[in-house]
Design a binder for this molecule. Sequence first.
Ligand SMILES: [Zn+2]
Length: 214
Amino acid sequence: MVDEKLETLLGERLDNIVDLALENERLGKLIDSALEARELSKTFRSKVGIAFEMYDGTIIPGFNIETYGHKGNHAEEVGLIIAMSKGYHGTDFKRMIVVYQDAGHDDIEVFPACPLDCWGRLLEFAHPYLEVVVVDINRNVHYRSTLKEMFSGIKSPAQIYPSNKIRLAKPKSNITPKLPLNIALKPAYDSDSNFKQYCDEVLKVKPAWDYPTV
Ligand SMILES: [Zn+2]
């Protein structure tokens, strides 16, 4: 009887260890993909790579594109477009690995996607329970959260942007990343009420993938 219990317990432990090893291997592969995608960036300032893991196991890359004369594209946006081109939408998305580094600074920088552009888009075209994993170029994981938690954790823009000039990435790190604020986004950060209004509007948005096909 005792032996049986012990056997069950050991079996469960072993299963957990195997699950953890598989998860670590999977995460390592996703980080590789995000780092590879980052090398495709067309950029003169920030260099970002992402990898979406889809529920069917497919990995979709994304990289940022900066232009001097136009708005450019964030890695998350490019990844979403690539995923759409392959017919993925909505709840097909399992998680997103983001590798971010700003070319203007020597420090290792991490940044959990951008609240004004990418969170909103991900919310519409993926779903609130998408897991976001932020990694630095040395493969250290700094931040893990769902999109929903990222939205609900924000009381004021100051939590993400402590000043108009500096962005501060999120917890689980004693690194203090710095990045000049994108001037184009400034109006939305000028007051808490502007920011809150944006979040409210975004959170109320019906997922685009749930729209009826016309
Ligand atoms: Zn973005």
